[in-house]
Design a protein around this ligand. Structure first.
Ligand code: PLP
Length: 392
């Protein structure tokens, strides 16, 4: 066969999607699988959001729209940053893209050139290293394990910087660990980024999925210098159970937002036009949206606490209580198995699907998503305990 490109050869397909696909195939074949692999809410999109998209579809919102988003939605996104964080941005600084994954990708491509280095704190979301490589840049990993609460310290960041470093990626609340940085911790990290004149890609996809009364921090609002160098990504997928809609958002300094819009104009054009009206309803019909989010958040919080306490009852497993997102990241290193083997055997023996920590650059852990039913969590953790007992 004719050779493929270096881009095709170098890309690693998403391990989380692959494991989830395997679990779903087993389920379809009639197996009783407990899936902890999928990073998506088990809830349906709230009704009023669906209705708004249906109405838009019926009203003929079926044509091309401006690449960076319909004006009403860009304005509503700018307004919500002002209301939630006191962050003043113009609609021109907002770009709506087909899924937060693509917003992150364009953020990297807009500022990184071949040979540039990007600091990717591990455990990392599986897509960051790949999007950095697809820009011709080089991911540089810094592991922050459970001893530092999975949070990068300013010293660790400082030590990883070279003259080639162009950007650091921050993801709080984090996928895969659920860790949330405090405002003070982020200020210290931003100070290092400012000192070395780095861009910051702040992936705030899980900003609203946060527990124990903690408040999310919008990194760009930490200082004028932060604002000038931060590309803020967020979106609709996780907060509003809209993963299949493919709508994400970027807010960035104007020249970067413009560049991102221009790149997108040659890559995908606009996000599905009628879908954007659904997203608009999510932001505009505030009371209905808040009620739906509250219900989902209460369920996630209940499951988080239950799963966390059950995991820590298992001899050999230790798990931090994450403050955000819908993941827990228990340490399973004491069993002396490679985490990939652990997950393969767990699926084989007990029909429990979990993603190995090594997929996120951290060997010796599991990522468990608790965005699934209470019943599956209860059953799944029971099986996990039984499995662990066989390893002792
Ligand atoms: N960022 C993080 C940390 C994520 O976990 C995800 C989804 O898994 C995304 C961004 C992208 O979300 P989407 O492309 O579904 O909008």
């Amino acid at each position: 066969p004719l050779p493929l490109s270096i881009w095709a050869k170098n890309v690693s397909p998403s391990p989380t999607l692959a494991i989830d696909a395997k679990a779903k195939a087993l389920l379809a074949a009639g197996e009783d699988v407990c899936g902890f692999a999928a990073g998506e809410p088990d809830f349906d999109t709230p009704e009023h959001i669906k209705e708004a998209a249906i109405a838009a579809l019926k009203a003929g919102k079926t044509k091309y729209a401006p690449t960076p988003g319909i004006p009403e939605l860009r304005k509503a996104i700018a307004e919500r940053y002002a209301v939630e964080y006191g962050f003043t941005v113009t609609p021109e600084q907002v770009v709506v893209s087909p899924g937060g994954k693509f917003n992150c990708h364009l953020g990297v491509v807009a500022v990184c050139s071949p040979g540039d280095e990007v600091i990717v704190p591990a455990p990392y979301w599986v897509s960051y290293p790949e999007m950095v490589k697809l820009a011709g840049a080089v991911p540089k990993f810094v592991l922050a394990d459970d001893k530092t609460g999975f949070r990068l310290t300013p010293q660790m960041l400082e030590a990883a910087i070279t003259p080639k470093t162009k950007m650091v990626i921050i993801n709080s609340p984090s996928n895969p660990t659920g860790a949330v940085y405090s405002r003070a911790e982020l200020e210290a990290i931003v100070a290092v980024a400012v000192k070395h004149n780095l861009y910051i890609l702040s992936d705030e996809m899980y900003e609203h999925l946060i527990y124990d009364g903690m408040k999310p921090t919008c990194v760009a609002t930490l200082s004028e210098e932060a604002k000038a160098r931060t590309i803020t990504v967020a979106g609709f997928s996780k907060t509003y159970a809209m993963t299949g809609w493919r709508i994400g958002t970027t807010v960035a300094p104007l020249p970067i937002a413009k560049a991102i819009g221009e790149l997108q104009s040659q890559m995908t054009s606009n996000v599905t036009t009628f879908g954007q009206y659904g997203a608009l309803a999510a932001l505009k019909e505030k009371e209905k949206t808040a009620a739906a989010v509250k219900t989902m958040l209460a369920a996630f919080d209940r499951r988080r606490k239950f799963l966390h306490s059950e995991l820590n009852k298992i001899s050999g497993v230790t798990c931090l209580l994450a403050e955000g997102a819908f993941y827990l990241f228990p340490n399973i290193a004491s069993f002396g198995l490679k985490d990939q083997d652990f997950c393969a055997r767990l699926l084989e023996q007990e029909k429990v699907a979990a993603v190995p920590g090594s997929a996120f650059g951290a060997e010796g852990y599991l990522r468990l998503s608790y965005a699934t039913s209470d019943e599956i969590i209860r059953k799944g953790v029971e099986r996990l305990a039984r499995f662990c007992a066989t390893l002792k």
